[in-house]
Design a protein around this ligand. Structure first.
Ligand code: IMP
Ligand code: MG
Length: 173
């Protein structure tokens, strides 16, 4: 598979994002909420670049659609267990595509009344957006290509690739 983002470029971007978050929340604590499973690798690397008092939690959703595309209906399958009221919440997601997943999660998490709410997305495909949502911290804007690796999957495969690669065309399933 063709490499779109090499592991070193990813590491540099994650370091830059961690620095920015550390500056923006200097003197405060943050709760990082990873969206399972795709954001696992990103969260674990990002957390180590954040020089703040930080805690983690995880949330999981199921979105109906094809293997490559969210259809619109998003369902919560695992909620957070950390109290979020008056906390600085940073939602950590692998990729912002149509925006349907993050729109759902933003609405859900804001019901917990955090002190602040930010989104960190490693990848952003702005050309695919259906719902109006933007990330506060973005690693890379990428074109409309389906990518795998560094947590991102196709039918659960390829999450363990250290680089982000363009999935070979098999047509939109
Ligand atoms: P959205 O709801 O369309 O923004 O989709 C977000 C979710 O779709 C991500 O969390 C991924 O699981 C998945 N996704 C979107 N684009 C890609 C891609 O290029 N590769 C792998 N997963 C993707
Ligand atoms: Mg996925």
């Amino acid at each position: 598979m063709q490499i779109l983002l090499h592991r070193q470029e990813i590491a540099d971007a994650v370091q830059r994002m961690g620095k920015q978050i550390s500056q923006d929340f200097a003197g405060q604590s943050v709760v990082l909420i990873g969206v399972l499973k795709g954001a696992c690798l990103f969260l674990s690397d990002l957390a180590r670049q954040i020089e703040l008092n930080a805690t983690f939690d995880f949330i999981a959703v199921r979105s109906y659609g094809t293997k490559k595309q969210t259809a619109g209906e998003v369902q919560l399958i695992k909620d957070v267990t950390t109290p979020l009221r008056d906390q600085n919440v940073i939602l950590v997601e692998d990729i912002l595509d149509t925006g349907l997943t993050l729109t759902f999660l933003r609405r859900h998490l804001q019901q917990h009344h955090p002190k602040s709410f930010k989104i960190a997305a490693l990848l952003d495909k702005p050309s695919r957006r259906v719902a109006p949502v933007e990330a506060d911290y973005v690693g890379f804007q990428i074109p409309d290509q389906f990518v795998v690796g560094y947590g991102l999957d196709h039918a659960e495969r390829f999450r363990n690739l250290p680089d982000i690669c363009v999935l070979e065309e098999g047509g939109q399933e």
